[in-house]
Ligand binder design. Structure first.
Ligand code: FAD
Length: 596
């Protein structure tokens, strides 16, 4: 059974307690968002997630989207839910008030995103992609395009897409073939085929605004020749309402492993009218604005699914009676004890719990940096926030989604055979979580971005935005009477990360394949250190609250226990990652291609 209750207590901990000393807070521009207001928004979002979106999760998975006579229909209930969502202002949460948005802090917005993804990942893509598209338009489009499109997109009556992928090119966008021919005015005719386009066609909004990567006739080969265009499904009339069709058609919808209620479309652009977003030939720069926003959001998608899977597993583990506890009968009136008594079931539940709480903690930290980047009036804080976001974006995307897939898999294992049967609802989480490791740049590509671009950038400056707070924290707390040993563990993992950084920088300079071979392990190692840092901080805060006699002692006690589990059982992966990195590329690349 899919059960989900938004983890509001942990979300409030992350928002109000965990990161207060990170130097990204106290933003004048966000002063109106008092803790009471923020909590009220979280509580309302939880209701929407639990009461409106969750009931459509399994039915949407079973029914999927359909294509008939060029029209894509979302599953029953989606249209009504979207309308309720839109009217409630949920599409406009984080957007700029200039365009009708509510300008909410990202630190709050990302938590509402998590709830939406937990309750219905497929649904989340429709408003999610629209928000991503608005960030690229806001950052790079002309004023005329902004005026014509942003208000409708922000209010959610028009939706957005990102059209990059073509049949022969996904990761390597330099090969894309979609053409853009200038028309002598400021418009272009766009022609080409795109595949795998999320929300490419559907019945939720009046119009769909595609952001399309295409190539001008005289463009050089490779990514330098790519430009970004805004191409509406319907061309707006003078009065701004949708007018004639613009030559965008759906060739097919993809039949896929999961995410069934999200319409993934093959789109044909047939001399569709489009307008340049940003500068000709610099389309990737504008698209990266959207992609970076989306990469953090995809990390949050992972966390959302991981949390939902964990909660369903906990529910089942308390309900399912099998065997007796090794430490003596716990349910004497029943024929057996609930499986939650068994250490191996605890291992699975605690692993998922720690990954979820660890990801949420890192997500909260990065979100505060996103707010500081946008609103801080202190140039030094802004610059540090930018560095930190650049470093952590691939980590959030890949670490959270890897962990979420593991958590969803563990949830199926907790259900045993019943987990493999569709009726249980948990196998859907595995299928849904899987895509987040692939789209928006595969996790392997995220790792290469971390090692190849982010690590060496400005002689390691991005890395320092993370290394400095971690090393200061270790120095300040390693003698702590209660958690000293835990922090020693963090110090060791951090040492391994520093050594690995040096090794990769040195070897990678001479042989880029060495950096490529180390990338995935390095991202995991950095992610584990980030989680360790957050858990150690959380444990110190929790203990202080308990010492003060905090009311919700159970929450803080559980936080300390989860932190201890992370250090005992999950942080040791750091040693394995370190050893793998140290071993280099030799055994990985030893076989000749024909030997496979
Ligand atoms: C459900 C779904 C929704 C999607 N939504 C969208 C969307 O809205 N818009 C859009 O434009 N696209 C979308 N995509 C496409 C998605 O972003 C791509 O599938 C993804 O980026 C990978 O590209 P590819 O499938 O062509 O794989 P490939 O690029 O062929 O990669 C195959 C494998 O090779 C690895 N690889 C490739 N190049 C390298 C390299 N240089 N170094 C190391 N490893 C490498 C990859 O990591 C991967 O493991 C979607 C895909 C799916 C399945």
């Amino acid at each position: 059974m899919q059960v989900y209750e938004a983890p509001l207590r942990d979300m409030k901990f992350v928002l109000h307690e965990l990161h207060n000393d990170d130097g990204f807070g106290n933003l004048e521009a966000l002063a109106e968002f008092t803790p009471d207001l923020v909590d009220a928004v979280l509580e309302e979002a939880a209701k929407v997630a639990q009461e409106v979106l969750l009931p459509l999760n399994r039915s949407g998975d079973i029914e999927g989207c359909t294509l008939e006579n060029g029209v894509v229909r979302t599953p029953a209930g989606f249209k009504e839910a979207y309308e309720m969502f839109r009217e409630g202002g949920w599409c406009a949460l984080a957007s700029d008030p200039e365009w009708g948005g509510q300008g909410l802090p990202e630190a709050l917005n990302k938590l509402t995103e998590e709830m939406i993804c937990s309750s219905n990942l497929s649904f989340s893509l429709y408003p999610g992609l629209t928000h991503g598209a608005t960030t690229a338009i806001e950052g790079y489009a002309s004023d005329a395009l902004k005026q014509a499109y942003l208000p409708k997109m922000v209010e959610g009556t028009w939706s957005g897409t990102m059209c990059l992928t073509e049949p022969h090119c996904g990761t390597d966008l330099g090969m894309l073939r979609t053409k853009a021919v200038p028309q002598g005015d400021d418009s272009y005719k766009i022609s080409g085929a795109k595949i795998f386009i999320s929300a490419g066609e559907h019945d939720l909004t009046e119009n769909i605004i595609h952001l399309v990567l295409a190539r001008l006739p005289d463009a050089p080969e490779g990514v330098k020749g790519i430009s970004l265009f805004l191409v509406p499904k319907y061309l707006p009339k003078e009065d701004g309402t949708p007018g004639p069709s613009n030559g965008v058609s759906v060739a097919a919808i993809e039949h896929k492993m999961g995410l069934k209620a999200s319409a993934t479309c093959q789109l044909n652009f047939d001399e569709s009218t489009g307008w340049l977003v940003g500068t000709a030939g610099k389309g990737m720069e504008a698209m990266f604005k959207m992609m970076n926003t989306e990469r953090v959001s995809v990390g949050i998608q992972g966390l959302g699914v991981g949390e939902a899977a964990y909660q369903s597993a906990v529910w089942y583990a308390k309900d399912r009676l099998q065997g007796r506890s090794l430490s003596g009968v716990k349910n004497p009136k029943g024929p057996a004890d609930p499986i939650i008594v068994h250490p191996d079931v605890r291992r699975m539940l605690m692993t998922a719990r720690a990954y979820n709480e660890g990801s949420r903690a890192i997500g909260g930290w990065v979100s505060r940096a996103l707010d500081a980047e946008k609103h801080s009036t202190d140039p030094a804080v802004k610059a540090r926030a930018e560095d930190f976001i650049a470093l952590m974006t691939p980590v959030v995307k890949a670490l959270f989604t890897d962990c979420a897939y593991e958590s969803a898999n563990l949830a199926v294992q907790v259900y045993g055979g019943h987990g493999y049967i569709a009726e249980s609802g948990v196998e859907q989480y595995v299928r849904d979580a899987r895509i987040a490791m692939i789209y928006e740049g595969t996790n392997g590509i995220q790792a290469l971005d971390l090692v190849g671009r982010k690590m060496p950038a400005h002689a390691g400056r991005y890395l320092r935005s993370f290394f400095h707070p971690v090393s200061d924290f270790i120095e300040a707390n390693k003698a702590d009477a209660t958690f000293g040993k835990m922090i020693e563990g963090l110090e060791k993992a951090f040492g391994a990360l520093q050594l690995s950084t040096g090794t990769i920088a040195q070897k990678g300079m001479k042989d880029p394949e060495e950096a490529g071979a180390a990338a995935t392990d390095y991202l995991r190692l950095l992610g584990l250190v980030a989680m360790g840092y957050c858990f150690a901080k959380a444990a110190l805060i929790a203990k202080a609250r308990l010492d003060e006699g905090a009311e919700d002692a159970a929450f803080y006690t559980a936080k300390i226990a989860t932190a201890r589990f992370f250090f005992d059982r999950l942080l040791p992966q750091a040693t394995a990652a370190f050893l793998a990195i140290k071993s280099g590329k030799a055994s990985m690349m030893a076989l000749e291609v024909e030997m496979f």
